[in-house]
Ligand binder design. Sequence first.
Ligand SMILES: Nc1ncnc2c1ncn2[C@@H]1O[C@H](COP(=O)(O)OP(=O)(O)OP(=O)(O)O)[C@@H](O)[C@H]1O
Length: 217
Amino acid sequence: MIQFNQVSKRYPGGFEALKHLTFRIETGELVFLAGHSGAGKSTLLKLIAGIERPSAGAVVVNGQNLASITRQSLPFVRRHIGLIFQDHKILFDRSVFDNVMLPLDILGYDRRDAGKRVRAALDKVGLLGREKLNPISLSGGEQQRLCIARAVVHRPAILLADEPTGNLDRDYAHDIMELFKSFHQVGVTILIAAHDESLMADYGRRILRLAHGQFTQ
Ligand SMILES: Nc1ncnc2c1ncn2[C@@H]1O[C@H](COP(=O)(O)OP(=O)(O)OP(=O)(O)O)[C@@H](O)[C@H]1O
């Protein structure tokens, strides 16, 4: 469960990116987050992931108020979260396989068990045959699949995706959405941020709409 109670975020320099947001996402829900460029979508996702802290209000993720937990406890919260960033953050100095292995290395998984998980995640996104390649040789859509594999390899309970279909054509975007649906079907809580609402309309899910840091209808 994700709950925001009167959450505001003011960045150093004074800009208020989010203003008094209150909402709740139930465990296992798939929800969209819409809004213009600069509306505050990425900021909201970063608050859930504990990458940014709220300036006011409570951000509660799986029963823990992130505003009050210690820096040392944050890794335990992040263990349950998978993140797909807008700018991919792919490492081009290593293979597709090693990119997906990275979160498991950080979390201290046993290497053999981790290898099985990496292959399972790559299989899920249709990239198993490409595990030895450098990601530079993947298409944009395949790179996005790589990011999804890396985000789900540790089987998080919550998946946060920032513009996951941003640069993809419509057919490919639908394929990516089908992947998210398959994670949703096995109980993962999913929040997908995008500025383009046309794709969201096809999925009949709840849409949270942000404009200038506040919810609109
Ligand atoms: N680290 C930061 N320091 C100062 N201002 C920031 C910072 N990060 C974001 N902002 C500002 O906060 C506002 C919201 O940014 P955010 O990235 O959350 O919006 P967004 O809806 O995700 O937009 P986009 O779709 O373009 O990524 C913007 O005006 C942005 O310039």
